[in-house]
Design a protein around this ligand. Structure first.
Ligand code: NDP
Length: 328
């Protein structure tokens, strides 16, 4: 099988497109034909060697998302020909991932590809889109309604942010898309953002423990000071779904937003989201695609060989929307 494998050398990480014996695939009940994968921020860090993402032995096949067809169910409920998605559970981090023509997976980690979605659509959505939908579900669970006021989406031109912007706008929320990319303003409007806000508006630490209550809710893929600012400016009983750290992992805040305004900080982890929640999220994503709600989310399709240069680009913030990898 053809695979993009990462080799560890004295100079760092060396990604090589090579033929790998199928027998080298690590354990897993189900054998899959992989047709598509995607390029996420994490993949960018892994392939460029600019972040310590890979926790498995080298040489290693990265790619945190994959879609394809079951070849052998290995005694599980999956049958040859079933179309499936695999994201999370350490895929592309401690288990071989989607940048190879074949993969092995645990049966209970697979999600059935919903009707109406192609494998390419599923990877256009990928972990980023799943994370966006899990964030939207968290806002809904905390009763953040479209009529409650503006909802902020940070890192808005990225994979998670673009999809969250489109999903929330489609559901009738007034989305304030927060971005540091001047050239993305038109794109964010096309996704349905009611307002586009410069990243610097949230980039300085709040002067007081709480500012004016502005946001009914937020989807934050940036973390750090941005997350602290969002918490300090969220309305009573609002909810901030924290899903990323594109701007920093540290969080310096006070308890005041929580104890004086009843603000909820909802953590989002797509990696270990339970199967029932994944099924719900993918069904909602398939509905959204069916309605054309994600049509404006940029889709770039690249080949396996294109992954190394694109890995550097996504880490540099030089990509817009979602990048699909056609593995065939
Ligand atoms: P992308 O690279 O596609 O998007 C990240 C966006 O964040 C950029 O497009 C940019 O948007 C903004 N950004 C980048 N650097 C900075 C910075 N220094 N300060 C502020 N904003 C910045 O990545 P994804 O959308 O795929 O992932 C976003 C984050 O979510 C990552 O941290 C990722 O690790 C995390 N993640 C978490 C998951 C989970 O399960 N919790 C799953 C998937 C991703 P703009 O220019 O518009 O400001």
């Amino acid at each position: 099988m053809r695979a993009l494998r990462l080799h560890k050398t004295d100079d760092g990480i060396d990604p090589r497109l090579e033929d790998v014996p199928e027998g080298d695939l690590p354990d897993g009940d189900v054998l899959l034909d992989v047709t598509h994968s995607s390029l996420n921020y994490k993949d960018g860090l892994a392939v460029s060697g600019r972040g310590k993402i890979v926790r498995g032995a080298f040489p290693f096949v990265p790619g945190i998302d994959l879609a394809g067809t079951v070849v052998d169910g290995g005694g599980s409920d999956w049958a040859p020909g079933d179309r499936v998605i695999l994201t999370g559970w350490g895929t592309g981090e401690n288990r071989w991932g989607g940048y190879a023509e074949r993969a092995r997976a645990d049966a209970d980690h697979l999600v059935r590809l919903p009707d109406g979605l192609s494998a390419e659509d599923a990877m256009w959505i990928g972990t980023a889109g799943l994370t966006a939908m899990l964030s939207v579900l968290a806002l809904e669970d905390h009763s953040v309604d479209a009529g409650d006021g503006p909802v902020a989406v940070t890192g808005a031109s990225g994979g998670v942010g673009s999809t969250a912007t489109a999903l929330l706008a489609d559901a009738g929320y007034a989305v304030h898309a927060v971005t540091g990319t001047a050239s993305a303003h038109g794109y964010l409007r096309a996704l349905g953002a009611a307002e586009v806000v410069g990243r610097e508006a949230l980039a300085t630490p709040p002067e007081a423990p709480m500012g004016r209550g502005t946001w009914a809710g937020a989807v934050d893929s940036v973390g750090g000071t941005t997350l602290a600012s969002l918490l300090a400016t969220t309305k009573r009983h609002g909810c901030v779904a924290a899903c990323g750290l594109a701007g920093g992992a540290a969080l310096e805040t006070t308890v005041f937003p929580f104890i004086l305004r009843g603000v909820t900080l909802a953590g989002i982890d797509s990696n270990t989201a339970p199967p029932s929640l994944r099924d719900e999220a993918w069904a909602r994503l398939a509905d959204a695609v069916g309605r054309g709600a994600l049509g404006a989310v940029e889709r770039t399709v690249i080949s396996l060989g294109d992954v190394p240069p694109w890995a550097g680009r996504i880490v540099d913030g030089d990509t817009v929307g979602r990048v699909v990898v056609d593995v065939r």
